[in-house]
Design a protein around this ligand. Structure first.
Ligand SMILES: C[C@H](N)C(=O)N[C@@H](Cc1c[nH]cn1)C(=O)O
Ligand SMILES: [Zn+2]
Ligand SMILES: [Zn+2]
Length: 478
């Protein structure tokens, strides 16, 4: 190992407790982007990052994004952009992450307080945002600090872009990236995003593809107000009855999407692609471990990976306005809003999917013969992304994985979505690499989200080592 890296790694180990304290402070800020009431906390989290970076000597700006579309009374949280180093002889790497988190309430079933980092005897660090995406975002900041304390020259110029609305469709960020591509981000030679997960718990991966996400709501309304089901049941057409039938028409138990024409939008499988799945280090036990059950759709690894990476899926998420508390309430809700999303893959275009979805819902609703009113909207959407892993950006990351974890990483695609990945690629014209820190059992978006201490600390080493190898890679292509 190069002496510079050895000294950097030892310093990361010696600072491990203070890096965990930094994560504890970040998790304690409930920066839930989907919750209007929490917007001040999202802003607070952005300023926390700004302060940490400023203290380390970075040039930092909190850029406003203006009012939130469709909710003009709310200001979008700022994008935190920063630059560390301005040496024209060094490469410049642009890193992106998000500082907002998914909602979390103890009563959802968390074993610990979601916004208190709680570490168990196996080093599992529980807390909302620990793996998605506060741990990885702090990873970059920790890497800067460890270089300073180790007295090791930082190998690249680092540009940072941290947003606060990723879990709500990255509102406002596309325009910002496009506007800054030739300004704040103009020097970027490549882009790196740490915001996804390994396929299992032992083997690291580099990721070159993401699914897109079209998110919809179906509103069905009828009566002027909620009704007593004893008084009005049997006399009024009920919005909830219509909604569950419409939602039930979208997908079957085995995940088959029932919207006609949707399958035709999916790129056909090639022999070359088929041959990639067998070599990936993934087992059905990995799936069962991260599912917490054996309720998978397929029994084999290949079809399971395809279901996650290269075929679309449709998930039903919830119904706003429906009675969902414990106990029994005999109400007829007057208006209910069903939420579902479709994870999209090559070659599905956002607008083509919209058309098929609206036509399907209209047809099913008409077939019910209901006098209620239906309104379907696309709440937000982001496109899928697939890139070439044959680039010095990926080669550098593979060397870093080998150095830190002692293995060659798998090359994977991801079932989740990071809508701005494609925007960064197109706006900067540079290669984008996804370099995950967390593992498959981290339960991002779920109850008991966690990041293993080992993944956090070795992940900080990985991000730093990646930057060292990036600095050494010959510049073959843009
Ligand atoms: C993979 C990433 N960490 C993530 O969780 N992305 C979200 C993005 C999203 C899409 N619609 C709303 N948020 C995801 O895949 O759900
Ligand atoms: Zn997320
Ligand atoms: Zn994320």
């Amino acid at each position: 190992m190069a002496p510079k890296l050895d000294s950097y790694f030892k310093t990361v180990d010696s600072l491990a407790d203070s890096f965990i304290d930094r994560l504890r402070k970040a998790v304690a800020i409930p920066s839930v982007s989907a919750d209007e009431e929490r917007r001040p906390d999202v802003v607070k989290m952005g300023h926390f990052l700004k302060d940490e970076l400023t203290a380390l000597g970075a040039h930092v700006e909190a850029r406003p994004l203006g009012p939130q579309p469709h909710k003009e009374h709310l200001e979008l949280p700022p994008v935190i952009v920063a630059r560390y180093g301005e040496d024209p002889k060094k490469r410049t790497i642009l890193v992106y992450g998000h500082y907002d988190v998914q909602p979390a309430l103890k009563e959802d079933g968390w074993a610990t307080e979601p916004f208190e980092l709680t570490i168990d005897d196996k080093g599992r660090m529980y807390g909302r945002g620990s793996t998605d995406d506060k741990g990885p975002v702090l990873g970059w900041i920790n890497a800067i600090e460890a270089h300073q304390k180790a007295g090791v020259d930082f190998p690249v110029n680092l540009l940072m872009c941290f947003e606060g609305m990723e879990e709500y469709g990255s509102e406002g960020l596309d325009d910002f990236i496009n506007a800054e591509a030739k300004k704040f981000f103009k020097d970027a030679d490549a882009v790196c995003i740490s915001d996804n997960y390994w396929l299992g718990t032992e083997k690291p991966c580099l990721t070159y593809g993401l699914r897109g996400c079209n998110y919809y709501s179906i509103e069905i309304s009828g009566p002027g107000q909620d009704l007593h089901s004893g008084v009005f049941g049997g006399t009024a057409q009920e919005p909830m009855t219509d909604l569950v039938r419409v939602m039930g028409s979208l997908v079957d138990t085995n995940g088959k999407i029932l919207i006609s024409g949707l399958d035709d939008l999916v790129a056909p499988m090639t022999d070359e692609e088929k041959s990639l799945y067998g070599d990936i280090a993934f087992t059905m036990d990995n799936l069962y471990e991260s599912l917490g059950s054996k309720t998978g759709i397929y029994d084999d690894k290949e079809r399971t990976l395809m279901g996650r990476w290269r075929y679309p899926s449709l998930s039903l998420h919830g119904i706003e306005g429906a009675f969902s508390a414990p106990g029994a309430k005999t109400v007829i809700p007057a208006k209910v809003i069903g939420k579902f999303s479709i994870r999209t893959v090559p070659n599905m275009e956002i607008e083509d999917v919209d058309k098929l979805v609206y036509a399907h819902i209209d047809k099913v609703f008409k077939s019910l013969g209901s006098k209620n009113t239906l309104k379907t909207i696309n709440q937000h959407s982001g496109k899928w992304w697939v890139a070439s892993p044959k680039h010095w950006n990926f080669t550098a990351a593979a060397k870093a994985v080998q150095e830190v974890w002692g293995v060659q990483p798998d090359l994977t695609r991801e079932g989740g979505s990071i809508p701005v990945t494609l925007t960064f690629e197109q706006a900067t014209g540079k290669n984008v690499l996804l370099l995950p820190m967390g593992s498959s059992t981290d339960a991002a978006h779920s109850i008991n989200e966690k990041l293993d201490r080992r993944n956090y600390i070795e992940g900080i080493k990985l991000l730093g080592a990646y930057l060292h190898y990036v600095a050494e890679e010959p510049m073959k292509e843009s």
